[in-house]
Design a protein around this ligand. Structure first.
Ligand SMILES: Nc1nc2c(c(=O)[nH]1)N[C@@H](CN(C=O)c1ccc(C(=O)N[C@@H](CCC(=O)O)C(=O)O)cc1)CN2
Length: 291
């Protein structure tokens, strides 16, 4: 019997697999047999892809203490019986996140602020930039700043240096917080599912580096921002979060840029939070997000 009062640790189980009868019972029995208490359970059955997705948060108890490794080892058999893609995470862990930026600082500063206030429970391991503009801000926050200017001749070498920094800092997530260089196909493959970009338009909409000018020319009444996983197809990655804002005829391009900053900050911060709280599943070229 799990005594909720003597809670040990909190964990998050993520599961995706072919939709089959008995999945929920199998997960429930696995946890109950170990005296674990389910604190939340979200699930989605995608009939189109015949994929089942579930996020379960649970606690262990003092009567049945279990480490993350013990739980993962024990779950292997259940997972194999349903050919699950799965993982279990310690809910108290602070994921290591590397940030990338070019010149625009609003998203970067917002992430630093949310980390500082405790809203975003991450460790910012480093900032990589192709410009020096934000070195002072980053270093004033005691975070390493890596200046990696990119041109067609040195792009591959600079991307290798980026990967070395990702590996040496044990960063599990890379966030492109208005990083304005296109990552190569090879780098996108190596960062698949762990690189999030903020695109400064409401996709599908205005792709590329200057969406606000396109929005002005088109005379839109709504603008927005899209946070998505980075893929080799520019601005086509699976969408995690979008934010929109109403505008009108009086907005000039610079007004749209200014209005768009809020949407970008919010969309990116929410997408990063959803990812590190293990709420986002890849589902083909789409995502399932348990909010
Ligand atoms: N492989 C990918 N790399 C990047 C993506 C992506 O979706 N896949 N998103 C961009 C961010 N971005 C829009 O959100 C974007 C950035 C830059 C450009 C662009 O045309 N850049 C020019 C150079 C511009 C400059 O130096 O200021 C270029 O690279 O030739 C388009 C879209 C981040 N990377």
């Amino acid at each position: 019997m799990n005594d909720k009062q003597s809670v040990q640790e909190s964990f998050i189980l993520m599961v995706s697999c072919k939709g089959l009868c008995g999945i929920v019972a199998a997960i429930g029995n696995f946890l109950a047999d170990r005296g674990c208490y389910i604190t939340s359970m979200s699930q989605f059955d995608d009939v189109e892809s015949d994929r089942y997705f579930s996020r379960v948060t649970f606690t262990t108890s003092a009567h049945h203490p279990a480490s993350l490794d013990e739980l993962k080892d024990a779950f292997k058999a259940t997972a194999a019986s349903f050919e699950m893609d799965w993982d279990i995470y310690d809910a108290a862990e602070r994921p290591k996140v590397l940030l990338m930026v070019s010149k625009f600082d609003h998203c970067l500063q917002d992430l630093f602020y949310r980390q500082k206030t405790g809203e975003l429970k991450i460790d910012i391991t480093a900032v990589v930039s192709n410009h020096e503009d934000l070195r002072e801000f980053v270093e004033s926050n005691d975070v390493p700043f890596h200046y990696l200017p990119v041109n067609p001749e040195n792009k591959a070498a600079q991307e290798n240096k980026l990967l070395e920094i990702v590996d040496s800092t044990k960063s599990e997530l890379v966030v492109l917080a208005r990083y304005m260089q296109i990552l190569s196909n090879d780098l996108c493959r190596k960062l698949s599912g762990r690189a999030i970009n903020i695109h400064h338009s409401f996709l599908p909409g205005f792709k590329g580096a200057k969406p606000y000018h396109q929005a002005f020319d088109r005379g839109v009444k709504l603008i927005g921002a899209t946070a998505h996983y980075v893929t080799a197809d520019l601005d086509e990655g699976p969408i995690i979060e979008q934010v929109v804002e109403r505008v009108d005829h009086a907005f000039m391009p610079d007004d749209l840029v200014a209005a768009g900053r809020d949407s970008e900050r919010l969309a990116l911060a929410k997408a990063v939070r959803f990812h590190i709280e293990r709420r986002v599943f890849m589902n083909g070229h789409r995502t399932v997000v348990f909010k």
